[in-house]
Design a protein around this ligand. Structure first.
Ligand code: DGY
Length: 319
């Protein structure tokens, strides 16, 4: 008997084809966003759940999952939507999909930097609404990325690729990470032991740390005050790492030149103040949204399921 897998969202066709070949999947062709109650009910008899970050597995949800469920194989690198301690307590295996989305997320990060610095939202709106009337030397002037200092908080897989891409813009890379990287990985990037030490060196600041109790609200008013005046902040990790009120204040006051945001607290009901600001470039959590990457994420989640049901340790086990 092939194991039953509850798949919470519509996945790429190639991934669903492989799922149908190797498992008994319960698919979601209408891509309905299920409630926790529905997931608990639908998982009855399933050996695995293949969710996205849109489904929350709190300790309460985990404690109410049917006993048939043995593994949560996430279609995401982030797994802050799963209470991993509760999962461990209940003997549930949890996996994620690292590596395969680093390029796509780094591309999006560069887009956020350019979009924020070159006022892409404003410019596009002017063209679309026919409000574009003229050209002049003072029209739509932004700031340049080339040659500036980029500070990266979280020098993991995505942070490292962002550094690599930013070097093509002749940027000097500064970073903070829990542990200093090997020289071969640093490639000249300058390490700062604390976030506070990093801040004054960031003309651009990119956040690439995982969301955890330690990083919640990491970019707060105090740290923003340490950034150079006119800095640009971008975030393609998780909304939780930003204190929205502090960022919004700094964007309003002009302390920061602009921000580029792909992720938010309480998505998709983001702080409405962001929508009113002209100096933010906003994207709807699409860091990994390329065809290539979404296929690869699905295959990686399936590799983890294959390993688990084949009696091996899944390569991307996080709990
Ligand atoms: C991830 O993989 O963590 C992306 O944010 C999509 O969930």
């Amino acid at each position: 008997m092939k194991p039953v897998v509850l798949v919470t969202r519509k996945l790429p066709d190639a991934v669903e084809t492989r799922l149908q070949r190797d498992y008994q999947p319960i698919l979601n062709p209408t891509d309905t966003l299920y409630t926790s109650e529905q997931i608990i009910e639908m998982a009855d008899g399933a050996a695995a759940i293949l969710p996205c970050h849109t489904e929350k597995f709190t300790s309460d949800v985990i404690s109410r999952l049917p006993e048939s469920v043995k593994i949560i194989a996430n279609f995401s690198v982030g797994y802050d939507h799963v209470d991993t301690s509760a999962a461990k307590e209940h003997g549930l295996v949890v996996t994620n999909t690292p590596d395969v989305l680093s390029d796509a997320t780094a591309e999006l990060t560069i887009m956020l930097m350019l979009g924020a610095a070159r006022r892409a939202s404003e410019g596009e709106r002017l063209v679309r609404t026919r409000e574009w009337k003229d050209w002049s030397p003072s029209f739509m002037v932004g700031v340049q990325m080339t040659g500036k200092r980029l500070g990266i908080v979280g020098f993991g897989r995505v942070g490292q690729v962002v550094a690599q891409r930013a070097r093509a813009f002749d940027m000097t890379i500064h970073y903070h990470n829990r542990h200093r990287a090997e020289p071969g990985i640093e490639q000249g990037a300058i390490y700062h032991e604390t976030v506070e030490e990093l801040m004054p060196h960031c003309d651009f600041l990119a956040l690439h740390c995982v969301a955890s109790p330690e990083t919640t609200g990491l970019l707060n008013a105090e740290r923003i005050s340490l950034l150079p005046d006119g800095a640009v902040v971008v975030n393609a990790s998780r909304g939780a790492v930003i204190d929205d009120a502090a960022l919004i204040d700094a964007l309003k006051s002009g302390k920061l030149y602009a921000a580029g945001l792909d992720v938010f607290n309480n998505e998709p009901d983001i702080d409405p103040a962001y929508r009113e600001l002209t100096n933010v470039f906003l994207m709807p959590h699409i860091g990994s949204a390329t065809k290539e990457t979404r296929d690869a994420m699905g295959f990686r989640a399936l590799d983890n399921l294959d390993a688990y049901f084949g009696g091996q340790e899944p390569g991307d086990r996080v709990a």
